[in-house]
Design a protein around this ligand. Structure first.
Ligand SMILES: Nc1ncnc2c1ncn2[C@@H]1O[C@H](COP(=O)(O)OP(=O)(O)OP(=O)(O)O)[C@@H](O)[C@H]1O
Ligand SMILES: [Mg+2]
Length: 246
């Protein structure tokens, strides 16, 4: 019986490298992002990129290493048209951002800047959140939250470990409120479980001057109380709100 012989030429090493390179670029880094990252490497902010931790709709997050061998998290915001009007509403009411060009590229940068500034507020207020290190266009470099090189699990993966997790999260929301900030996207997906829970994903966070700040705070509290309720940990909503604002 005749063996079927493939006519296709085996790819050369160069073909393969080119394919891998374009795959990698189209996967996460377009040329512009590559340039921003290599400029950070030149400046000594990063030593190299390690691996993707999460690739999502809004952002990709990578582990990277600094020249002195410390792990950091690199969050690269993505251009998405989904939920454009909703996203705009978090920016437009925030007096820190003034007039906004309604252009996706600019808006993505603003979200990165917003996350960076919000993380700075958290750091000053002693909230358990990643420390912000560096901002460049749509890239935020921050403290890596993890252990032995692996990121901590998010709370949706493990479930809460007990009442103390809720106490810690509420305490952090209270500290943020006192510092004039509302997270506005609190959920089990945006909490990482280290020795204590850490809040992440501050791109939507607004200052209290935002016309919907109070509404966002209420929603955050309802979301987190509702989540813990499923595990039999209950708190009174009104009392909790009063305590946070008191
Ligand atoms: N500082 C960090 N250290 C380690 N891992 C992190 C850090 N920040 C984020 N992550 C990981 O990356 C994931 C996505 O991060 P984040 O929630 O900030 O992005 P996102 O805006 O929700 O992205 P998307 O909505 O596209 O999923 C988190 O669930 C977490 O697993
Ligand atoms: Mg998130």
């Amino acid at each position: 019986m005749a063996r079927r012989v493939s006519k296709r030429k085996a790819p050369s090493k160069e073909d393969y490298q080119l394919k891998e390179r374009t795959k990698l670029e189209s996967y996460v880094f377009d040329r512009r992002i590559m340039l921003l990252l290599s400029s950070m490497i030149k400046k000594g902010i990063l030593g190299g990129m390690d691996y993707p931790i999460s690739t999502g709709k809004e952002a990709n997050v990578f582990r990277a290493t600094t020249p002195d061998g410390t792990f950091v998290a690199v969050k690269i915001y993505k251009i998405t048209t989904a939920g454009f009007e909703k996203k705009m509403s978090y920016l437009e009411g925030d007096p820190r951002f003034g007039m906004i060009k309604r252009n996706e590229r600019e808006i993505v940068k603003l979200f990165a800047r917003k996350e960076f500034k919000n993380l700075q507020i958290c750091e000053r207020a002693g909230v358990h959140a990643p420390r912000p290190f560096y901002l460049s266009d749509d890239i935020v470099v921050m403290e890596f939250l993890g252990e032995e090189g692996m990121p901590y699990a998010t709370m949706n993966m493990l479930g809460p470990r007990g009442e103390s997790d809720l106490d810690s999260i509420l305490e952090d929301i209270r500290k943020m409120y006192r510092a004039g900030l509302v997270h506005a996207d609190i959920s089990e997906y945006n909490v990482m479980l280290g020795p204590v829970p850490y809040l992440i994903d501050f791109g939507q966070g607004v200052v209290l001057a935002h016309p919907n700040a109070e509404k966002f705070l209420e929603r955050d509290i309802r979301n987190i109380l509702h989540y813990f309720e499923k595990f039999g940990i209950t708190r009174d909503f009104e009392k909790t709100m009063k305590w946070i604002k008191g």
